[in-house]
Ligand binder design. Structure first.
Ligand SMILES: Cc1cc2nc3c(=O)[nH]c(=O)nc-3n(C[C@H](O)[C@H](O)[C@H](O)COP(=O)(O)OP(=O)(O)OC[C@H]3O[C@@H](n4cnc5c(N)ncnc54)[C@H](O)[C@@H]3O)c2cc1C
Length: 229
């Protein structure tokens, strides 16, 4: 686990509605703030201590000029404040980093499994791959309850240009667990890959077990578990 404690000021540039029930907040990129694709930040409104989840994956890539978080709408004090944020509002990052080496290994075959909003750190990684013309062998398996897949237009564009990037979208609402697991296993061609799982804890845990049962070594599985859901 690599975590850095540092007080970094964030200034909001804009907020945008994404797919139904999801929002992105964009910040001016703080000077000298260096992060890696896959990192998360702990944020709080300046001068306030609001209740709710404060940890968000950085959904933008280090190659982009603005910094972006994308979140699922909620009802906590913190979420309500995020949803009504205005340009020039100020927040602070108190900690940032990544858990369990959650960073893509360049030029190695990787399988990314996203559940819903768990796509956020993968957007960062794939956008970086696209912008730096790194055509590594990457399979993204993107699970979502319905057909409203966040970032789908961008993902489609990147997969057209990156010939070794393949993306499968699985809407889970109409399929049972058995069918879902069968589908995932059919897309994971070999246990000898780097695996990354990101999403709500129950989704992360069940896919971790699925991979271990198919023979993947625990050391080859990296997880980003979005506590709070
Ligand atoms: C490493 C890491 C990275 C993360 N990255 C992200 C990220 O990129 N994006 C992100 O969104 N989250 C992310 N999270 C989770 C985030 O930190 C919060 O925990 C999560 O968003 C829940 O927020 P909240 O606790 O403020 O509650 P809320 O979102 O307000 O939810 C609180 C509870 O109310 C329920 N609820 C929400 N809305 C309604 C409603 N309308 N009616 C009834 N019940 C409702 C929720 O299901 C939940 O049980 C990450 C967490 C970790 C640990």
């Amino acid at each position: 686990m690599v975590t850095k404690n540092q007080h970094i000021e964030l200034i909001v540039s804009r907020i945008e509605a994404d797919q139904t029930g999801h929002w992105s907040v964009y910040f001016h990129r703080p000077a000298n703030f260096v992060f890696a694709a896959g990192d998360w930040i702990d944020i709080q409104f300046e001068g306030r201590q609001l209740h709710g989840g404060i940890t968000y994956s950085i959904a933008s890539s280090p190659t982009e000029s603005d910094m972006r978080i994308t979140f699922r709408e909620g009802i906590s004090e913190f979420k309500k404040a995020l949803q009504s944020i205005k340009p020039n509002d100020r927040l602070t990052i108190s900690q940032y980093g990544n858990d369990y080496d959650f960073q893509l290994k360049k030029n190695q075959a990787s399988v990314l499994i996203a559940g819903g909003i768990g796509i956020a750190p993968f957007r960062s990684m794939l956008k970086e791959m696209f912008d730096t013309h790194q055509d590594s062998d990457v399979t993204l398996i993107y699970l979502n309850q319905n057909e409203d897949f966040l970032f789908k237009d961008e993902l489609e564009l990147w997969s057209k240009r990156l010939t070794n990037l393949s993306i499968s979208y699985i809407a889970t609402k109409d399929i049972n667990r058995k069918k879902r697991e069968k589908l995932i296993l059919s897309l994971v061609k070999s246990p000898h890959r780097n695996f990354y799982i990101s999403g709500p804890p129950a989704m992360v845990e069940s896919n971790e077990h699925l991979l271990i049962d198919m023979g993947v070594e625990v050391r080859d599985i990296r997880i980003d578990s979005f506590g709070g859901y």
